[in-house]
Ligand binder design. Sequence first.
Ligand code: 26Q
Length: 822
Amino acid sequence: AATEVKSNLDVTVDEFQQSIVRHLHVSLGTDENKANSKAWWTATCAAVNELVFERATQTQKTHYKKDTRAVHYLSLEFLMGRLLKNNLTNVGLTEIAQQALDKLGLDFHKICEEEPDLALGNGGLGRLAACYVDSLATLDFPAIGYGIHYEHGLFTQAFLEGRQVERPDSWREYGNPWEICRPESVQEIPLYGYVETKYDDKGQIHKEWHPGRIIKGVPWDIPVVGYGAKTVNILRLWESRASDFFNWDVFNAGGYLDAQVENVQAETISKVLYPNDNTDAGKELRLIQQYFFCACSIKDIVRRYKRAHGDDWSKFAEQVVMQLNDTHPAIAIPEMMRILVDRAELKWDQAWTICQKVFAYTNHTLLPEALEKWSVRLFEKVLPRHLEIIYEINSRFLEDVVEVAFPGDDSVKRKLSIIEEGHEKMVRMGNLSVIGSFKVNGVAEIHSKLVKKDLFPEFNSLWPDKFTNVTNGVTPRRWLKSCNPKLSNLISEHVDADWPVHLNKLSKLADLATDSKFQKAYMQIKLENKIELAKVIKELTGVEVDPTALFDIQIKRLHEYKRQQLNLIHIMALYRRLLQNPDYDMPKRVFIFGAKAAPGYYMAKEIIYAINKVADKVNNDERIKDKLKIVFLPNYRVSLAEKMIPAADVSEQISLAGKEASGTGNMKLALNGAVTIGTLDGANIEIAEEAGEDNVVIFGLTVDEVKELKSAGYNPWDYYYANNEIKAVLDWFDCDYFTPGKPGELAEIKRSLLDYGDTYLSLADFASYSEAHKKIDKLFQDEKTWAKMAIMNTATMGKFNSDRSILDYVQNIWNLDTCDIK
Ligand code: 26Q
């Protein structure tokens, strides 16, 4: 078909159909009469895998033969979502599969709905890793993603009387068709114990770590199919198991049960993803998770290197680059030193030179509560040898580098030291990452500037060339082609069919932005997508919404800095205006939320509850005649995002300036024709630059104004007393208007905005936000203007293709060559 990618996988509908049926029989042991939808889904995946695994093997073989340099993307999170539709898109077989299932009397979309999300991530950082492995394969770069094979991904969310409740996510309870176990590549990982200092006959010092425990790391591979299916890279996820070898003694001593207890402990390591987003957990198990997967991955990398180069370490840094997805895998740095110094017996300087050429670090946040620190005490217990190595790295750095650049300046030394002195000594993972890496990047222009200016100013003056920017991107294969097929088909009628790999080609649509025929076609698709979402809303919440209303969407993790509470108080103000004046001029509006709160984040959960309670009241208030609806869709996740994003008219990107490193949902929404209402934060700034001022609505304080206001002494009460609407809305939280019979149940929201100081300046930005929404209302009521804006957003988002981000990484950091797979 014309709109599909041409891949090298030639299969007819009949062949694909036969393959599905064959797998139903031979892989699943069932037949056409007994099979339920889940079985059909599994068989369809198997039919796809038959094509994909071959390419994966071919890819690995070619990389090995050509001895290519490769990037190793180390991340605690890969938020992959569903893979069937995406893999079909990338191998160019969506229409073939659709027809094959059709002939079997099955509905393609229903079969796709059977797939659980692969939710091995929290949010932006994890989804970014998933987009990047997609782009790396699409662009034919040798790459491997390394992470943890969590048994339970991010919790599923339900609402119980408006409050979030969490349930475990079991994505592979009955097996998962995409993964292959690789027992031949199992690794053994030491933990705990003590370090012995030894001297050889030449008086040379040697450190020997006697671990208290050995854990087995079992790799599972998931194929990552590039668009066009030339390169199929792999995502390698490590599962922890008890080491048979180590438990032997306990067994023989008759301690069968004790051994089982140790097994449970070992298997706990990869049991569950920490559900924190942008906050540090500081838990021992988390440190062990980090070390476990880094150590497994480095052993894997070293094994592969040695197969080609033996004991000659001189080429290691030419062949290997490891990208640290935030500081979470920073323990890889001292682990690499340990392998080189203790195991390979390289001299310290030689080892350090290699390390500093191998690691690069991406920072994803400036929030102080998200900067990882581990207590020295904990480190000493879990990783005693690594603590020694960190001290050695630190003292050499302070003497050889800091003392030379800032002689005698103890205050600079205190700031740059990996060790934070205090009543409890801490290891600062950010400083370790900067010192051990050859490049450090932020994820949007403004964020990278702030990384240099506010987070690491002294490091920046020490090594100005180390700091750089790579603005985030998203894969247009998943986030346009596959999730919005109708718009994709329309685009393909007007733009070269290869736009999913050359997204800048969308700029051609700008010529059509005022063409009334194109506007009609474009807005008709938006309406159809909204009708689809309205059905989902009805199914999930029971609320009926009018698809012709303005769909205003805020989807992202629930965090105070992202300011869902600002959205809420503005909605309440609208509600109040409608109550006071039923003729209040505004288009029908539906406010749609999707967000999970970290289970331990009290205020975030209160905000969810408040939104649900206000929604209950407003949605059932006949006085406002359906002009305002509020829905909070439960269990926001990648597969739900794929249904929401194509249906958005307005994209809420309202973080306090300086707090959102980049954002990536903002890019997905704009690409699908939503108009951004946003602050000058993260990638919003670059989105506004690309789309043009007329096609976004910007409001609120700038980063500089935030700094000014904070240093002048921000007092939220000033805004409360000066603005009647703010006062009335906040006072509403004190009574039982939204929580009948339970006055004050929502009062924590008010307190956080007044008594606790309104950390994220919601009240300071309220008036400006309200004006921005009035502007949106006017623009939306002018159909032609709105259509033009929506089209211009799609037309100008080419920059935010993750392929562009990957090419930036390749040119500025990784220095890779593409590798053709025959
Ligand atoms: C840390 C310690 C212990 C447990 C958990 C964590 C943890 C986990 C996840 C800390 C942070 C995260 C996630 C951060 C994140 O998603 N950051 C987002 O990254 C996106 C991709 O660059 C940006 O677009 C967002 O702006 C940024 O918030």
